[in-house]
Design a protein. Structure first.
Length: 326
């Protein structure tokens, strides 16, 4: 497990990093760097090499080449990209965070128009908008996501994130075969991509194979614990569609603790509780959802989800059992 901190003062930056054995808690390696911001990419490469040495890992020629190619050419573009990515992938997602992410990511592209990851993150942001309806024209956001994903691939065909978002856009467009091919390509480029494993799990869910989705999503959570708040929703949904309602409810409750303002997970939780006959909690969960999002429409929500009709019916059936849908 890698831990550390970054502190900036003017044009100087101090980075501390330590590698810890997750099983024993023992320290494998630690170091501190005080550098000018102009040296930040050199520090990043040095930290990567030190971690590889500490883990006694041998990188393949392709992995070494990928590390060499991943360095951004413009530090200001890199800074804007990181700020936009943080807003886009953070726990709190709303119109303000969406607009902020778009502003930073477009600034990154203004500074470096060939920045594949910035194009990819813009695609992700527009997929979130398509789901959550923040912009004035959310229905167009899926098409914009496809365009940004394609541009990301054109800028760097070996960027795993670009293929992940292309696959996610294809999944929402209900082109499961294309989504699967993009996920497979992303995993060939980076077998440890948590986003790619999560995407693979979602493809299994959409294809009616929820039990196959579970190990893929669990692996994504192990690879990137910081993204657990998102993965828990999909893991809970997989258990819901597999008819494992107790486990689904437990996972979705955990997700709501981590992301209290989610309406997304409360729909699935209320359905699982309805199937379990826990009607009072289901109704409380639904009331919380309506308080968070008074304009929520189940029919609109389902129409945008890449689900099989029978899985949509399973969600609706649980809500109906709780008296939440007529």
């Amino acid at each position: 497990m890698l831990e550390g901190s970054i502190r900036r003062a003017g044009q100087r930056v101090r980075i501390t990093a330590q590698l810890i054995d997750a099983e024993t808690g023992g320290h494998l390696w630690a170091d501190r760097y005080d550098r000018d911001l102009t040296d930040i990419f050199e520090v990043q490469d040095d930290v990567t090499r030190r971690i590889v040495d500490a883990l006694k890992v041998t990188l393949s020629p392709a992995e070494q080449a990928r590390l060499a190619e991943s360095e951004p050419s413009n530090i200001d573009a890199y800074d804007s990209f990181l700020r936009g990515r943080e807003l886009m992938l953070g726990k709190e997602k709303n119109r303000a965070t969406f607009e902020g992410a778009i502003t930073f990511l477009k600034k990154a592209l203004t500074l470096d128009q060939n920045y594949s990851q910035a194009h990819a993150c813009l695609a992700f942001a527009h997929i979130f908008d398509y789901q959550n309806r923040w912009s004035d024209d959310p229905d167009n956001s899926l098409q914009l996501a496809k365009q940004y994903a394609q541009q990301a691939i054109e800028k760097d065909a070996n960027e795993p994130l670009a293929h992940c978002v292309a696959g996610l856009a294809a999944l929402f467009a209900r082109d499961v075969d294309h989504a699967k091919s993009e996920a497979d390509l992303a995993l060939r480029l980076n077998p440890n991509s948590a986003i790619a494993h999560n995407l693979l799990g979602n493809i299994c869910i959409s294809s009616g194979r929820p039990l196959e989705a579970i190990p893929a999503i669990e692996r994504a959570m192990r690879l990137d614990p910081a993204f657990t708040h998102q993965s828990l929703h999909f893991l809970g949904t997989a258990h819901l569609f597999a008819g494992k309602y107790e486990t689904a409810a437990a996972l979705l409750r955990q997700r709501i603790v981590l992301v209290p303002e989610t309406d997304f997970s409360r729909v699935a939780l209320a359905s699982a509780l309805g199937h379990l006959g826990q009607l009072d909690e289901a109704r409380r969960t639904w009331a919380e959802l309506k308080e968070i999002n008074p304009r929520y429409s189940f029919s609109e929500y389902i129409s945008r989800r890449p689900l099989r009709p029978e899985d949509a019916e399973r969600i609706a059936g649980g809500l109906a059992k709780a008296g939440l849908l007529s």
